[in-house]
Design a protein around this ligand. Structure first.
Ligand code: ADP
Length: 300
C-alpha cells in the first residue's frame, strides 16, 4: 500500500500527540539517551501511550538502549510504522534505517533537517500521551529543525541532562539560553551520575601488600561481613566521583531560574540495564536509580 505523505502535514500528525518533550544536553556522554530511554520506559509502565523519537542522526543510541538493534521500520498505508516494544511504547530512530551500524552518517544540515521533517510528517504514531524526543548534544541543526517543525504544534518543554562538573554545566547554560531564545520552556535540569551508588557487596576491595602490590580481597571482605556483621549486607554505598564543590546543577538552576528536577546516581546496574536495552524499573538491583528517576518524573 502507498500513502501520500505530502498530503499530511506535521500539524495533522502531531494533532494526536498530547505532550511533546525534548531531551537535551550540552555535552555528549552525560546520559541523555539513557535518560530518554528510561523516561519512555517509565511512562509506558505508568500505562501512558508513549513514542520515543531519536533525532541524533550521527549517533543514534536509542535502538540499542531499548534492545531493538537490527529492527526495521515498516511502511503501511498510514505511514512509517514505529518499532514497538510494548503495544504502548513505539520507537523511531535513523538507527533502524542504516544498512550498517558501523558506518558513519556524514550529513550536512539540510539533509538532517529533511529527515527530521520526514520523521515528524511520515511516522504514524497514532494517539500518544507523550512523544519523547532524544536530541543530539549541543544546539545545532537538529535542534533548530525540531523546534521549527514542532513549535506551531506546541512543545511542552525541554529536559536538560547534565553531569555535576563545571565543564558540563557551562554547556547547560548555553542549552538554557537556546531554549529561551527559541521560546521552548525548560521543564527542568536532571543531574545524572551525581554520585557513585552501589550495594556494598557489589564493590571490589583491594589491599596493598608490603611489597606495594595490590591483591583482591573482595571475597575475604564478603565472608567477613556475612559472618561478623550481617546487618551490613544491605548497605548501599555512595561516593562522590565528580567534583561538585561548585554546587552542581542545583545551584546553576537557582542562578538561571529554571527548575531542578533531581539527581540520578552513577549506578552500574542502570548502566547494565541500558546496555541490555532494559527498563531499570523492573530491576531490583537498580533500586536507587529507579527511585531517583521516579521522583523526577513525578515533578514533570
Ligand atoms: P549521551 O546520550 O548523553 O551521549 P548516554 O546516555 O549514551 O549519553 O550515556 C553514556 C554512557 O553512560 C552509556 O553507556 C550509559 O549506559 C552510561 N550511563 C548513563 N547514565 C548512567 C548512570 N546514571 N549510571 C550508570 N551509567 C550511566
Amino acid at each position: 500500500p502507498h500513502f501520500f505523505p505530502d498530503l499530511i502535514s506535521i500539524a495533522e500528525r502531531m494533532a494526536t500527540v498530547k505532550h511533546k518533550i525534548l531531551v537535551l544536553s550540552g555535552k555528549g556522554g552525560v546520559g541523555k539517551s539513557t535518560f530518554s530511554a528510561q523516561l519512555a520506559f517509565a511512562l509506558a509502565a505508568m500505562d501512558f501511550q508513549v513514542g520515543l523519537l531519536d533525532i541524533d542522526i550521527c549517533g543514534p543510541s536509542i535502538p540499542k538502549m531499548l534492545g531493538l538493534e537490527g529492527q526495521d521500520v515498516h511502511q503501511s498505508n498510514l505511514g512509517w510504522s514505529p518499532v514497538y516494544i510494548e503495544s504502548n511504547l513505539g520507537v523511531m530512530s535513523i538507527g533502524f534505517m542504516l544498512p550498517n551500524p558501523d558506518e558513519a552518517v556524514i550529513w550536512r544540515g539540510p539533509r538532517k533537517n529533511g529527515l527530521i521533517k520526514q520523521f515528524l510528517k511520515d511516522v504514524y504514531w497514532g494517539e500518544l500521551d507523550f512523544l519523547v524526543v532524544d536530541a543530539p548534544p549541543g544546539t545545532s541543526d537538529e535542534h533548530i529543525s525540531i523546534v521549527q517543525c514542532l513549535k506551531a504544534t506546541g512543545i511542552d518543554g525541554a529536559i536538560i541532562v547534565t553531569t555535576p562538573q563545571q565543564v558540563s554545566l557551562i554547556d547547560v547554560r548555553k542549552e538554557v539560553s537556546f531554549c529561551k531564545t527559541v521560546g521552548v520552556k525548560v521543564l527542568g535540569v536532571v543531574e545524572n551520575m551525581s554520585s557513585l551508588c552501589q550495594p556494598l557487596l557489589d564493590m571490589k576491595f583491594l589491599k596493598t601488600t608490603e611489597a606495594g602490590e595490590q591483591t583482591d580481597v573482595t571475597e575475604w571482605v564478603g565472608e567477613y561481613i556475612r559472618e561478623k556483621a550481617p546487618e551490613l549486607l544491605n548497605l548501599i554505598t555512595y561516593s562522590e566521583v565528580f567534583d561538585s564543590s561548585g554546587g552542581g546543577a542545583a545551584k546553576m538552576c537557582r542562578e538561571m531560574d529554571v527548575p531542578f528536577l533531581g539527581k540520578v546516581p552513577l549506578d552500574p546496574q542502570l548502566c547494565k540495564a541500558a546496555e541490555e536495552g532494559r527498563s531499570c524499573f523492573g530491576d531490583q538491583k537498580c533500586g536507587v536509580s529507579a527511585s531517583a528517576l521516579k521522583k523526577i518524573i513525578e515533578k514533570l
